[in-house]
Design a protein around this ligand. Structure first.
Ligand code: 13P
Length: 251
């Protein structure tokens, strides 16, 4: 049985008080016992938000980025030992905004994935194609290359520690969601790649989330697809009125 995950990515949104209120509303909501909730909060709020969620074993707090080197002269960066020291166990890696706006390459992300696994943290590895690639029908090859360049060097044991998030860039923040069939097709393709590279157990055990304009009115159908194990949600994760229904969209 794969883990069902409703993950929120707050990106650069919410002041500390706004995030505190949202976290409290989520922590105090009825979360189904078999659903894991992960909140990707801004770095400045990680420590205090982790305290707010520490009594709810269904809720985990994730960083949105990290540096792969443990310490040193990297102004503005946050290291994995720092995250670990405040009880953070999940880190979003390779979000398309980090790739596009901050020039993070596949090779750089590979270093982060390695460092996280080495430290025993869970990378939430994001992948996904831009619109022009989708229009040309090249999405499978594009995402396959992201896997080959950043995560397919891992051992099977390491690979099974990952959470994958497929986020087609054209669906992020646009209100255009991939159709449930488009999500299913990509997730099933990724699972077949993982099976080919590793084995059936690893392919069937790994949670693959869909991200891109997930809303309360489409989550149930998307999460209902055979190979979709939940979502990585941006805009709709910023309010409990929209995120709590998404958490409850698993059948
Ligand atoms: P939206 O849900 O706002 O489209 O964002 C998706 C996303 O980028 C989550 O990481």
């Amino acid at each position: 049985m794969r883990i069902k995950i409703a993950a929120g990515n707050w990106k650069m949104n919410l002041t500390y008080d706004e995030g505190k209120q949202l976290t409290e509303e989520i922590v105090n909501s009825e979360i189904p016992a078999d659903v894991q909730v992960i909140l990707g909060v801004p770095a400045i709020a990680l420590a205090r938000t982790a305290c707010l969620a520490e009594d709810n074993s269904n809720v985990h707090i994730a960083a949105q980025n990290c540096h792969h080197i443990a310490s040193g002269a990297y102004t503005g960066e946050i290291s994995i030992p720092m995250l670990k020291s405040i009880g953070i166990n999940h880190v979003i890696i390779g979000h398309s905004e980090r790739r596009e706006l901050f020039n993070e390459s596949d090779e750089f992300l590979k270093l982060k994935v390695d460092a996280l696994l080495e430290a025993g943290l869970t990378p939430i590895f994001c992948c996904g194609e831009p619109l022009n690639v989708r229009e040309d029908g090249g999405q499978n090859e594009y995402v396959k290359a992201q896997f080959e360049n950043s995560i397919f060097h891992l051992s099977g044991e390491q690979f099974s520690q990952l959470i994958i998030a497929y986020e087609p860039i054209w669906a992020i923040g646009t209100g255009v969601t991939a159709s449930p069939q488009q999500a299913q097709d990509m997730h099933s393709y990724l699972r077949s790649l993982i099976e080919e590279k590793y084995n059936n157990d690893i392919a069937n055990g790994i949670s693959i989330l869909y991200g891109g304009s997930v809303k309360p009115n489409n989550a149930e159908e998307i999460f209902g697809q055979t190979d979709v194990d939940g979502g990585l949600v941006g805009g709709a994760s910023l309010k409990s009125e929209t995120f709590v229904p998404i958490i409850n969209s698993f059948s």
